[in-house]
Design a protein. Sequence first.
Length: 160
Amino acid sequence: MGSSWYLMAGGALALGGLYALYKVHQSPIAAHKQVNTKKEFSAQAGNRLVVMTGEHLVAHLNLNPIIQSCRDRMGFDSALFKKDCQPVITQAAAWVQLLPASESHHHAQPGGLLTHMMETAHYALRFRQGHLLPVGAPPEEIPEKKTPLDVCRLPGRFVT
């Protein structure tokens, strides 16, 4: 594989990220409901946020519909997704905890960063669904190369 393939893949990921950001600001995901995290997650002493597990955060922020949609868009069966992708999501959730995504934007509430990460991954995978990637690959190679690209795309959207 030449370096031009990596440049094309990087360009596609960058365009996907920009498109995802555009769509995130355009409309919220219908299945996702905002949770009043200020009351639920505030600790008693000093009004600090409680440290929680990734699974607990995903459940309390009601991110399971978005995660399920990501799994559907990736085309993974349930066992493969739980083995390869779910640990990445729960570790990312445990890492960001209830941090807001911004100081005064639509993800400024506790848990906003995790919500933003999952919505961005969702929109990037939705954008990818309309394109045959990798670009220029022979048709018989597309299915075998699509899965590694999707596995990389999911956590790749977390860092944008």
